[in-house]
Design a protein around this ligand. Structure first.
Ligand code: GLY
Length: 401
């Protein structure tokens, strides 16, 4: 009970504080509260004799609140190690490093998994953050192999990395907007190895996507289907959004984050322009709700009883922190928005009470409403990007001080 009061107090404090005026005491209190909450996620003690299909990585909760664990093959498997690495870089506490190392090691064989595009999602939060924190050469090798595996999915006719192999009756060569996130692994590999092939493929994918995935107002379709011989666009659909013509909220978040990261890696102003146009769509056209946490799609005809997607807000907050560094004109707008989103996610409305939700931090995310899957639940990637946003906020504040 006492612990719950501490959490609510510091969450309340953080939410109540004005942007840029939060004291470091409150920051520490929040990190303490986050650490206490994460302790409720059941960590493996013994990882010997694990099999490939074992369900070990926390992903979400069922409707009745039961913990859902997934195997290393799931697209979300890298985020739990990523949560642990984020906690290590936020706190410097070695206990997080030990846990992160344990969970990262469990993903090692995924470096060869070429069955979909998700290598970046899996390997950058786990091995990528791990390498940044430790310079462990073994992590570097895994990441380079993962990048090699990812580029086997590139098709020159299309100019993109193929996203999925499933639903072949529906798509000959599907590319989803989420795929931009995987390019970070290729930019990383190009810098580390000096091999331009990774870079060139990432840039080709980014340019093709910029050409074909966006509407005039810079909202994004979810899935673009290509002809794999000619590279012609065959279809523009949704898979997780409300309609083909609507803007699935997390898709817009991936787009914003994606082009911000691609600008960081290329310094090509066309990509910065794209990120800023997407930001303008999110801020001025789509219109976020008052608490800045989007409903699961921006074009729902009736919002009554529709769930939010806190994961989209967490991804956007993290992206807006980064984008604020690349523009003087909109810097204050993006920073204010990122801080306000983070504060909203840290409020009672979205932040789990201590000991509830099996240790997940954020409530009210939506995985796939059309598939009736993971509706209004915690999701591990919401927690990952929330912690990354906190880290980026700290970095920016430290540079200001
Ligand atoms: N990349 C899958 C998703 O955002 O749900």
């Amino acid at each position: 009970m006492k612990q719950i009061t501490v959490l609510m107090l510091c969450v309340g404090l953080l939410y109540g504080c004005k942007t840029h005026q939060r004291s470091s005491v409150t920051e520490n209190d929040l990190l303490k509260a986050i650490s206490q909450q994460l302790a409720y996620l059941p960590l493996l003690k013994d990882t010997t004799n694990l099999k490939s299909k074992d369900l070990i990585f926390p992903r979400t909760l069922t409707e009745s609140g039961k913990l859902v664990l997934v195997s290393k093959r799931d697209w979300t498997s890298g985020f739990y190690p990523g949560v642990l690495w984020n906690m290590y870089r936020l706190t410097g506490d070695k206990q997080w490093k030990e846990k992160a190392e344990l969970y990262t090691a469990l993903l090692t064989s995924e470096q060869y998994n070429s069955s979909n595009h998700d290598l970046g999602f899996k390997m950058m939060p786990s091995f990528g953050l791990g390498y940044e924190a430790t310079n462990n050469e073994a992590y570097k090798k895994v990441l380079i192999q993962a990048a090699k595996t990812l580029i086997t999915r590139f098709n020159e006719n299309v100019g993109c990395i193929r996203s999925w192999d499933h639903n072949r009756d529906k798509w000959e060569f599907p590319v989803i907007i989420d795929n931009l996130m995987n390019l970070e692994l290729l930019f990383w590999a190009s810098k580390e190895t000096g091999n331009p092939v990774f870079y060139n493929i990432a840039v080709a994918h980014a340019k093709t996507t910029m050409r074909n995935h966006f509407r005039e107002n810079y909202s994004s379709f979810h899935v673009v289907g290509y002809n794999l011989e000619t590279g012609a666009v065959i279809s523009k659909n949704t898979h997780q959004g409300y309609a083909d013509s609507s803007s699935w909220s997390r898709g817009q978040a991936w787009a914003l984050y994606g082009y911000t990261m691609i600008y960081r890696e290329t310094k090509d102003l066309a990509f910065l322009n794209q990120a800023e146009n997407i930001a303008n769509y999110i801020i001025n056209v789509a219109k976020l709700p008052e608490d800045l946490v989007p409903f699961w799609d921006f074009d729902l005809p009736d919002l009554k009883s529709e769930p939010r997607d806190a994961s989209a807000a967490a991804v956007m907050a993290s992206a807006f922190f980064e984008l604020s560094k690349y523009t003087s004109q909109h810097k204050d707008t993006y920073l204010h928005l990122a801080n306000s989103m983070l504060n909203s996610l840290t409020s009672k409305q979205y932040f789990s009470e201590l000991g509830t939700n099996n240790g997940f931090l954020l409530k009210h995310s939506t995985g796939s409403k059309p598939k009736n899957s993971e509706i209004d639940v915690p999701l591990v990637y919401a927690d990952y990007y929330y912690l990354e946003a906190l880290f980026r906020k700290n970095q920016i504040q430290n540079q200001l001080n």
